[in-house]
Design a protein around this ligand. Sequence first.
Ligand code: TEU
Ligand code: CA
Length: 584
Amino acid sequence: MPQKAWWKEAAVYQIYPASVCDLNGDGIGDIPGILSKLDYLESLGVDVVWLCPVYESPQVDMGYDISDYRAIHAPYGTVQDVDQLIAALHKRGMKLVMDLVVNHTSDQHAWFKESRSSLDNPKRDWYIWRKPRWDAEGNRQPPNNWASVFGGSAWSFDEETGEYYLHLFCKEQPDLNWENPDVAQAVHDVMTFWLDKGVDGFRMDVINFISKTPGLPDAPVTIPDQQFQPAELHYADGPRLHEFLRGLRGILDKYNAFAVGEMPGVKEEAEVLKSVAEDRKELNMIFQFDIICLDNGRNNKFFPKEWSLPKLKAIVHKWQTCMFDNSGWNALFLENHDQSRSVSRFTPHRPENRNAAAKMLATFMGMQAGTLFVYQGQELGMANLPKDWGIDEYKDVETQNLYRLALEQHRGDPDGAEKVMDQVRLKARDHGRSPMQWNTQKHGGFTTGTPWMRVNEDYLHCNAEQQQRDPSSVFAYWQRLLRLRKQHADTFVYGSFELLAADDPAVVCYRRVHASAGAATVVLNFTDGEYAWEAPPGVVKAWEGARRILANYAEPGEIRKHSAAVVCLRPFEAVVLLEERKMC
Ligand code: TEU
Ligand code: CA
């Protein structure tokens, strides 16, 4: 049985500050706007708010390029506004988690400006500088073949000092050199600054990228038709990662603060456990990427990849049982600001079944063991941007870069442009970044000005105000789900996990079992059609006898008995059946 902790039972609501609520009419969401929505968050039933970066930033990558860790990006507000947010959340018994982006800074950060100013500047070694390589023709080349996550080389040349600097993301996001102990110290100081203000913890951006393979060797060539190669092998989970994480933990422990690490590219159980197993004293949990990379194809995410339900189930089973058996903990998420909307991506549906699909996905994730992360708008079943929007509506630097790269790679294919656009429509980060849809007023009530990004036109029938009034809405379903999870925490938070019907192509079925509190069975139809499911006998018994504590259809479904019992599931039907133990 996992040890109990507040953060295991918590539901975290992720906020993308630019897109929540614009209170002063400049078209950009702001912290006062967030403050005006705390009643809404409290009524949803979440416990923690994770605020994406609000620090001073040139906004090349929407605030993930920070130029001052102790100042707030002016359009979002001031440090005093954050103080107020902390106080207002604490007054409600809620907590605030800030984003900590310390693999890299902005190139406009004072540290980098100093670093690039001369070869012997004391901050030179705070970033990763290397001399050029020269090819056989005498052309200057980057120091190695690593590709940036956003496409192209991970190195940029600095004319002034004649060296390249490393940037795993945009060229405006130079990587910090964690080999220099002053860098770790500076990061610890930033953490202390915010923890002293009362922040309850951090979500740590690409935190497993901070230790690189010494010598920065070339990555193996895995994409032969591309000059620069994926190099996670050399920068994800490097040799000193866990030493650095324990350093961060030292600061967190002084405040009993919480940490969730974002860790793209870690797939091995043993490696993940090093970061999250309780006795390791590193992080509370990490974001693991298996599910959200399920449909990313060759070369980059704008190439398609078929995925199947058994594959998805195998991933869930792997991480659910791994954490239970090894005193680790999962962070449960299907959406964030880097992903498209789950209802569009994982459950292609007819329009009339959209809400059922959104509720089914909520159930799928919400009944698993782990800390639950809800991304703004997910609680309304917000969907991807309309299909007829052109590439110009997509503002994200990753979308624009990878789109161009994918087009190049489809050179000569007359359908290339359309193929790439199909993937953009399915997976671009922009889908998760469009403004919140509050009501039926212009721009969905997000702003009285001109929104920085166009509001999804479906706000007229998908918005918070209508859903708050409607007991059959996706919002009301999430409210129930979050309440039930708390009420039956022994089963849903701490219980064991058992996957049934692992190979069924349409149904997800799992059981959560707690020795004394009881057991629950979750049945989910992942298809847009009716499905006659030959259910295992135990499930049939539960279906007939147990209490339906959560369901996305009002009336129970029918069971037909032929040779075996067949449960007739309706499109995207979701049912949670609870067998409570009788107390004697
Ligand atoms: O994301 C890290 C990351 O790996 C993403 O680039 C992700 O894989 C990709 O966007 C999926 O399409 C973090 C932040 O969450 C992201 O917003 C930042 O752009 C990135 O780091 C750089 O800070
Ligand atoms: Ca504003």
